[in-house]
Design a protein around this ligand. Structure first.
Ligand SMILES: [Zn+2]
Ligand SMILES: [Zn+2]
Length: 212
């Protein structure tokens, strides 16, 4: 687990599942936001349990692939409100056959919140704007706080690569358009926290990522 402090918000990063998905837990005094809770692994579950009495507990999904959503049914039962973009709802609860033996349990759930471009989710002094960035999947979103220079980019942008566009509903040209839109918003010192792999400042990403 890696930890970053931004003013009054703590961001913990957990790497979960065989696909090593990054789950990010953001906490402030009275709220918690969990981004992409892919699998209910012990370390993450223990941390999440510690917040069970908080009133405001929100899960924000960067997209609907199972390696980002697997822990959601349990979380929703435990009082977390799960949000996803409408266009990725069709991906929920569909685990590709190749991944059957990961121990993933395909449990239906209905997300509570619809993520839309322009809507913003606050925690402490952080304010995460939803930016719709289709291409990896139709309802992929990034969550940005441009003032605090932080960007959760899901599987749209990794430090040294980009997400696949050959999965259901993916499209390469659309992904390229989304990357243009996303990168036009980012300052060089914005910290990129992606769905897989390590973190990096955007100026480093620009240098090492051949897709940009
Ligand atoms: Zn994905
Ligand atoms: Zn992923």
């Amino acid at each position: 687990m890696q930890k970053i402090e931004i003013d009054d918000v703590t961001i913990e990063r957990f790497m979960v599942g065989l696909l090593e998905t990054n789950s990010y837990l953001l906490t402030s005094e009275d709220a918690a936001i969990l981004i992409d809770p892919g699998f209910a692994e012990d370390e993450l579950v223990d941390r999440v349990e510690a917040f069970k009495d908080l009133k405001t507990k929100t899960v924000l999904l960067t997209h609907g692939h199972f390696d980002h959503t697997g822990y959601c049914p349990r979380l929703q039962k435990a009082g977390w409100r799960v949000g996803i973009h409408t266009e990725d709802k069709f991906l929920l609860n569909r685990v590709p056959g190749d991944f059957d033996d990961l121990g993933y349990r395909d449990e239906p759930f209905e997300p509570y919140i619809t993520l839309r471009e322009g809507v913003c989710y606050n925690i402490g002094s952080l304010s995460l704007d939803v930016i719709h960035t289709p291409g990896h999947s139709p309802g992929s979103v990034c969550l940005l706080d441009l003032k605090k220079r932080i960007a959760f980019t899901g599987d749209t942008l990794f430090a040294d690569s980009i997400g696949r566009s050959d999965l259901r509903g993916g499209d390469y040209d659309t992904l390229m358009e989304s990357l243009k839109k996303l990168t036009s918003l980012l300052e060089p010192d914005t910290l990129i926290l992606s769905g897989h792999g390590g973190r990096a400042q955007f100026k480093v990403v620009r240098r090492i990522n051949r897709y940009l």
